[in-house]
Design a protein around this ligand. Structure first.
Ligand SMILES: [Zn+2]
Ligand SMILES: [Zn+2]
Length: 283
């Protein structure tokens, strides 16, 4: 059985994310540990962290995963934004550490006015600085695959491999694969042959052992469009087959998978619950 869950809101407290997860049938949960569109955040109290840990345990929700703020750009050529991004990402790791979360997912960033090569080096240098400030922590970085919008890095598996190869402590970084993003970036998954070729390529660049989390999302945007729009499982451009192949892939049996599909209800039913049911029906 695959380990399946979803991103959940922390409105009302971190423990609420665990409660939402349990209510909708999640085995695992992803959350933002702060407002993802703001730089600032109030510190996490010991009580909040204890309540979160207790709720995960009581509700048997495993593999808590943090997603970093969208404002962070570790590839930025702008000195001020780059520094701010490093400081902010250090805080993200500190918050994860406090909450007992082992991994923080971050998008590699956008090189904007510099170049692809300069951008990749910039991310490695940023991660080195982050590492210097968080050396005693267990929480690690997961670089996420992206759809390739604008100058965003991470739309080729080789980008992630190059960033990790370029850091002083590569053991502090691993990868999160997003099905919607790689499909939009032009990695085919629709037939067994395509799926196998894409995963072989991922293995030869990043290495499948470095995939510590998977975001399971269908795509509203077309194959290779470079556009990042999540759709409900089986209702987007990807269809069900890539998810059937992924869930049948024993190499990912222990890798937690998180939905980041639109929230809401349909015919009185929570949509996360429906998406999880669709995925479990394929396994
Ligand atoms: Zn994602
Ligand atoms: Zn996305």
């Amino acid at each position: 059985m695959a380990v399946l869950g979803a991103h959940q809101s922390i409105a009302g407290g971190y423990h609420k994310a665990a409660e939402h997860a349990r209510r909708t049938g999640c085995d695992c949960v992803q959350l933002f540990t702060k407002n993802n569109n703001q730089w600032r955040a109030k510190p996490i109290s010991g009580d909040e962290a204890a309540m979160f840990g207790a709720a995960l345990k009581r509700l048997k929700v495993k593999h808590p995963l943090s997603h970093a703020s969208y404002l962070i750009n570790l590839a930025s050529p702008d000195a001020e934004l780059w520094k701010k991004s490093i400081d902010s990402f250090v805080v993200e790791l500190q918050r994860a550490e406090l909450l007992g979360i082992p991994y923080v997912v971050v998008h590699p960033g956008a090189y904007t006015t510099s170049s692809l090569e300069a951008g990749l080096k910039r991310v490695s240098a940023a991660l080195d600085e982050v590492d210097r400030q968080t050396r005693e922590m267990a929480a690690m970085t997961l670089l996420e695959t992206t759809s390739g919008q604008g100058s965003c890095l991470g739309c080729r598996f080789a980008h992630l491999a190059e960033i990790i190869d370029g850091v002083a402590s590569p053991e502090r970084a691993a990868v999160c694969v997003d099905t919607c993003h790689i499909f939009a970036a032009g990695y085919a998954l629709g037939t067994e042959k395509e799926y196998t070729a894409t995963m072989r390529h991922l293995d030869q660049t990043v290495g499948l052992g470095l995939v510590k989390a998977i975001h399971v999302n269908d795509s509203k945007a077309k194959f290779g469009s470079g556009v990042d729009r999540h759709a409900h499982i089986g209702r987007g451009e990807m269809g069900l087959e890539p998810f059937r192949l992924l869930l049948a892939d024993r190499r990912f049996r222990r890798v937690p998978m998180y939905l980041e599909t639109p929230k809401g209800e349909e015919a009185g039913r929570d949509l996360d619950e429906s998406n999880l049911e669709v995925l479990r029906g394929l396994g």
